[in-house]
Design a protein around this ligand. Sequence first.
Ligand code: ZN
Length: 283
Amino acid sequence: MSWFSKKPRISTAEPDGRVRKTSRMQGLWVKCEDCNEIIYRQEVEKNLHVCTNCGYHLPWPARERLKAVLDPQSFRELDADLEPEDPLAFADSKKYRERLRAARKALQSPDAFVSGIGEIGGHLVSVGCFLFEFMGGSMGSVVGEKVARVFERGYDKDCPALIFSASGGARMQEGILSLMQMAKTSAALVRFHRRSRPYISVMLHPTTGGVAASFAWQGDVILAEPKALIGFAGPRVIEQTIRQKLPEGFQTAEFLLEHGMIDAIVARKELRPKLEQLLGLMG
Ligand SMILES: [Zn+2]
């Protein structure tokens, strides 16, 4: 691309032309990932982090999501003390321990999953939600344990289970221990099914790798947010493997719904009433 076709950069220059290094305006605006519109942050937050211009579903912090979807003051977080270890003493460009420390500090959360017990429309649910911002929502041994406990709690309390997934897959820094979480969570789910209670899986953008290939796709009801990327491997890897061009929109929630891989696409505003309805019918 030649230099003159570049879009002008938006600067927060002072009237005298000086550009402040740390602007007071920083963080007040959000750029939509889909339509590139710059929107006032408060407006987006009020709109459940959905673009007010095009309706694109921007990332919604896990705790805010749980607060909005569950009945007021009904959520009780559990297993918040579980913290990952570094069993392989893994280091790539950075030590795993350092990555964990930085993510914990930035997000005030011990790992990429928050879980507990809550109510939706008065129905008790064992619930969990991924924090994609925490190392790409990757599933290591602690995330796997917490997911398994969502099903175990559902079994013990004889109530439905609900998981919101957003993940890049297994946490490579924990090697084989991460991959084992796929079997572990699936086994916990099989045991939970003996209760004949529903497990509702909500796939957010993006749900991929070992999470999509285990419990996220094993829901009795599988919901997804609009335009969410859902799949196992990324499209480039698949194209290289099968040496074919993939169809338009492949791995989007809309494509998967059309091909019978998920049950429904639910817009964020409709999420709580939809879950309440499902729990009323099946719970
Ligand atoms: Zn937009």
